[in-house]
Ligand binder design. Structure first.
Ligand code: FDA
Length: 310
């Protein structure tokens, strides 16, 4: 409920202006975002890799409204992939892509064309691409584009959101040999016709989907910070005889960093989702909505310092 309210308020132009221009936003952004440039993203990735983690890099920006926007997203990813290759990081660092950033809301064929260019470059340089999941209005077309991309680049990953009622069926369809499937709870406010409403229902759905993926010959990627779900996945992975290189945990940059390193030290594969770029507003508001205490921190910091409680 609170999450939906925060996401709805975030769409208001006045709130957007306040958040985007408040000096305090910088502190909050720095916690979750590597920086503005590809060079900065690669430098932060390098530190994470030296800590035993893997990385998936996301160039911030989504729902482009014209072809020029889509073209500039492609250029950003090609630059990023080039930088990763010259630093020798492509075996540990991949890319996450939102199809709406390459024109999915304008024209599905255009998005497929642009995503193909990014997947081709990624493969040539020795890495992979995972297609992020956006709100449910894009699920069908994202899965169609994913299926097309997999014909040429079978390691292209897909993301499924446990909060959507359809996801168990989507897991069944995607749990193919070698398929890379990221399972997350889902960050978007969705109507109850398509999504589970309570956090318990979403967690149960996550567990059902995790079981299905772990039992199948695919490569599951469990994107959660939820300690209960991490324990359940570890226990189920052990039960299914999964080796530590046959699945991975994924977490967001800036969220539970100690847990990321603890899991990596315990022998699990852990990948950090690391966004970079200047178009951080939509990403940041989803992070705030996931954790209302982040909003409280943000609002307190907006107040003049004498009004702040200790
Ligand atoms: P939950 O929200 O219950 O959090 C569990 C605990 O984690 C919290 O108690 C807190 O300690 C910590 N935590 C979680 N979020 C936090 C935050 N923002 N700030 C501080 N602490 C926080 N979604 C989507 O719709 N499409 C996508 O493509 C992706 N991709 C993706 C990749 C990766 C690697 C991750 C980790 C997540 C995503 N998500 C996503 C987001 C996902 O759907 C979900 O919204 C968040 O991961 C939060 O859900 P948790 O499973 O972490 O549980």
């Amino acid at each position: 409920m609170l999450r939906s309210l925060i996401l709805a308020a975030a769409g208001n132009p006045a709130v957007r202006k306040l958040v985007a221009t408040a000096p305090v936003s910088r502190y909050v952004v720095d916690r979750f975002v590597a920086g503005a440039s590809a060079g900065r993203a690669v430098a932060v990735s390098s530190v994470l890799v030296s800590d035993g983690l893997r990385v998936t890099l996301d160039h911030l920006g989504e729902s482009v409204t014209d072809e020029a926007g889509a073209e500039s997203t492609v250029a950003a990813y090609l630059e990023l992939l080039g930088c990763l290759a010259s630093e020798g990081l492509t075996s540990c660092v991949e890319a996450s892509l939102k199809l709406s950033a390459v024109g999915e809301r304008l024209d599905e064929a255009l998005a497929l064309h642009h995503a193909s260019r990014i997947c081709a470059a990624a493969e040539q340089l020795g890495t992979t691409v995972t297609l992020d999941a956006e709100d449910h209005t894009l699920t069908e077309s994202t899965l169609r584009i994913h299926a097309e991309l997999r014909r040429k680049w079978p390691k292209t990953g897909a993301v499924l959101q446990a909060q959507l009622r359809r996801t168990l069926e989507d897991c069944r369809a995607l749990a193919l040999v070698g398929a890379r499937v990221r399972l997350c709870k889902g960050a978007y406010a969705e109507p109850s016709e398509v999504a589970f409403a309570t956090s318990d229902e979403v967690a149960h759905s996550f567990v059902r989907c995790a079981n299905l993926l772990l039992a199948a010959p695919c490569y599951p990627m469990f994107a959660t910070h939820d300690p209960r779900l991490i324990d359940i996945v570890s226990e189920r992975a052990h039960w299914y005889g999964r080796l530590s290189d046959s699945f991975e945990y994924q977490m967001l940059y800036g969220v539970r960093p100690d847990e990321q390193r603890r899991l990596a030290r315990a022998g699990y594969t852990v990948r950090v989702y690391l966004p970079y770029g200047s178009d951080w507003y939509a990403y940041l508001t989803r992070r705030l909505a996931e954790r209302p205490s982040n909003v409280a921190f943000f609002l307190r910091a907006l107040l003049p310092s004498r009004d702040r409680s200790p």
